[in-house]
Ligand binder design. Structure first.
Ligand code: GDP
Length: 190
């Protein structure tokens, strides 16, 4: 495990014994109103959650422990708004770049963020996942699947279409983010 970017918390495993858990930080980025908070809230009710932390602490509000391939990982979902220029100073394990398919300018903002992360910050060793949200609003849709896919492909990223409102593909996205984090942490990969 690459611990340089990671924090650890003391926690209880599913059997109730105490253990140390590494926390992977996921930054939810994108324009205001695209559904970052809604997706984060849905993550907290995912069926992949390994156990309920039962913690009322503000600090651990955005922690979610996911069970994937019989292994638990804790993700910290950070959806606080922040400046693009500030991005480098955050120790982040994955970028979840969200836009709304009903809002072209949010798509453009997502494209800019992908560019910024890859070219300006030169972050190539962290996954950036592109998320097209609000796909339930079919008749208001302004950005096609092909447009999303081609940007994701250009930046060697995964592309997900979600609806936080209908909880559609949200659990799959959470697990997808974790698989990307694990993949990027294996030494022999990019
Ligand atoms: P944030 O500013 O990116 O955190 O966006 P929010 O999560 O606060 O969502 C902004 C608005 O969009 C809220 O009114 C949400 O209810 C709505 N919203 C979020 N996701 C979806 C979605 O998938 N479909 C629809 N129809 N509305 C959504």
């Amino acid at each position: 495990i690459n611990s340089t970017q990671s924090r650890y918390i003391g926690t209880l495993d599913s059997m109730g014994s105490s253990m140390e858990t590494v926390i992977h930080k996921v930054a939810m980025v994108g324009d205001k109103g695209v559904g970052k908070r809604s997706l984060t809230n849905q993550f907290m009710t995912s069926e992949f959650i390994a156990f309920d932390a039962e913690n009322d602490d503000e600090e651990t509000d955005s922690l979610v422990t996911v069970l994937l391939n019989s292994e638990e990982s804790t993700l910290e979902i950070d959806d606080r708004p922040f400046d693009l220029q500030e991005m480098s100073s955050r120790s982040v394990d994955a970028f979840a770049v969200v836009y709304s398919v009903t809002d072209r300018s949010s798509y453009q903002a997502a494209v800019d963020i992908m560019y910024h992360v890859r070219h300006q910050l030169l972050i190539k060793d962290k996954p950036a996942i592109l998320i097209a949200n609000k796909i339930d609003l079919v008749r208001k849709r302004k950005v096609t699947r092909e447009e999303g896919r081609s940007v994701a492909k250009q930046y060697n990223s995964k592309y997900w279409e979600t609806s936080a409102a209908l909880n559609h593909h949200v659990d799959e996205l959470l697990v997808g983010i974790l698989s990307q984090i694990r993949l990027y942490k294996t030494p022999e990969l990019p």
